[in-house]
Design a protein around this ligand. Structure first.
Ligand code: SAM
Length: 280
C-alpha cells in the first residue's frame, strides 16, 4: 500500500519490472506519490475531464491523476518495459486508464479522448519543447485541450513565462502568452527525481484562452517572431529584413523603433506588426 491507492510503492514497481532508468528516454522518475498527487491537483478539478499524459513511466503521476478523480487517463509511453506496470494500474482503476505504447510525437490522442481534455505530464526533456510548441500551434484555436500542466527543466519553464527585457524572453514566451495564461506553479529540486537530473525542474500550468490575447495571423506572427529572435542581438530593422522589403515602414507604423532589439518588444507590439504586414 502506498498512501494514495492500494498499489505497491513505486520503488517496488520499478524493482519488480526492472525499470532501470534510461537516459536516452529522459527517464527521471518521481517516486513520491504524495508529490505526484499534488502535481495532479495543479491541473485543477479532474473529475469532469479526460487527461492526456505523455510518458507515464512506472506510473507515479498516472496514479496521482486517477486518485484525484480523472474521468479517464490516456497515457502514451515510448518504453515498452513500462507497459506491465501500467496494466496493473489499469486493473486498480477499471475502465479509466488507456495506455498506448508509442512515440507521443506520432500518436494522435484526439480519437481516444472526449472533451473537456486536460494535459498533464512530467515530460521527457528531449521532446518536451517540441510537444509544447505543437500544442500551442494547432491549425485552429481553441485547441483540443483546456489546460496543460507540465514539468520542464526550470530554465525552459522560465522561458515560457518570461517577460520583455529578460534573457529568457523569446519565441516560446510569445507563443505561450499569445494564446494562454501561463504560470509556474511549483519548483522541484533534482532530489525529487530518481535518478536526480543535473538541473532544477518546474511545473508550468497553461490555460487556453478562448481567443488569442491580441488579433494576428498565426503564421505571420510566428514568422516575425522567429526571424526577430533568430538574430536577437541585431536591431529589428536588420533582423527582420527577410520578412518585408519595407520593414522599417511597418515598424514605424506600429510605433516600434527600428533600432529596437527583439527582446525589448512586447507581445502586443509583435501582434500589431503582424497585422501591419498582413495588410500588404
Ligand atoms: N511520468 C513519469 C514520472 O513522473 O515518474 C516518468 C517521467 S520521465 C521524465 C519521462 C517519460 O517519458 C519516461 O517514462 C520515458 O520513457 C517517456 N518518453 C520518452 N520519450 C517519449 C516519447 N517520445 N513518447 C512517449 N513517451 C516518451
Amino acid at each position: 500500500m502506498s498512501g494514495i491507492d492500494d498499489l505497491p510503492p513505486l520503488r517496488d514497481v520499478i524493482a519488480q519490472h526492472r525499470l532501470a532508468a534510461k537516459k536516452s528516454l529522459g527517464q527521471n522518475f518521481l517516486l513520491d506519490l504524495n508529490l505526484t498527487a499534488k502535481i495532479a491537483r495543479m491541473a485543477g478539478d479532474l473529475t469532469q475531464s479526460d487527461v492526456l499524459e505523455i510518458g507515464p513511466g512506472p506510473g507515479g503521476l498516472t496514479r496521482g491523476l486517477l486518485a484525484e478523480g480523472a474521468r479517464k487517463v490516456l497515457a502514451i509511453e515510448k518504453d515498452p518495459r513500462c507497459m506491465p506496470a501500467l496494466v496493473e494500474i489499469g486493473a486498480a482503476y477499471p475502465r479509466r486508464l488507456e495506455a498506448i505504447q508509442g512515440d507521443a510525437l506520432d500518436v494522435d490522442p484526439r480519437a481516444h479522448l472526449q472533451s473537456p481534455i486536460k494535459v498533464a505530464a512530467n515530460l521527457p526533456y528531449n521532446v518536451g519543447t517540441e510537444l509544447l510548441v505543437r500544442w500551442l500551434t494547432p491549425p485552429t484555436w481553441p485547441p483540443f485541450w483546456d489546460s496543460l500542466t507540465l514539468m520542464f527543466q526550470r530554465e525552459v519553464a522560465q522561458r515560457i513565462v518570461a517577460t520583455p527585457g529578460s534573457k529568457a524572453y523569446g519565441r516560446l514566451a510569445l507563443l505561450a502568452q499569445w494564446r494562454t495564461d501561463a504560470r509556474i506553479v511549483m519548483e522541484l529540486p533534482p532530489e525529487a527525481f530518481s535518478p536526480p537530473p543535473k538541473v532544477n525542474s518546474a511545473v508550468v500550468h497553461l490555460t487556453a484562452l478562448p481567443a488569442p490575447r491580441y488579433p494576428a495571423d498565426a503564421d505571420i506572427l510566428n514568422r516575425v517572431v522567429a526571424a526577430a529572435f533568430n538574430q536577437r542581438r541585431k536591431m529589428l530593422r536588420s533582423a527582420l529584413k527577410s520578412v518585408s522589403p519595407d520593414i522599417e515602414g511597418h515598424l514605424q507604423t506600429v510605433g516600434i523603433a527600428p533600432t529596437e532589439r527583439a527582446e525589448q518588444v512586447g507581445l502586443e507590439a509583435f501582434c500589431a506588426l503582424a497585422r501591419s504586414l498582413a495588410r500588404t
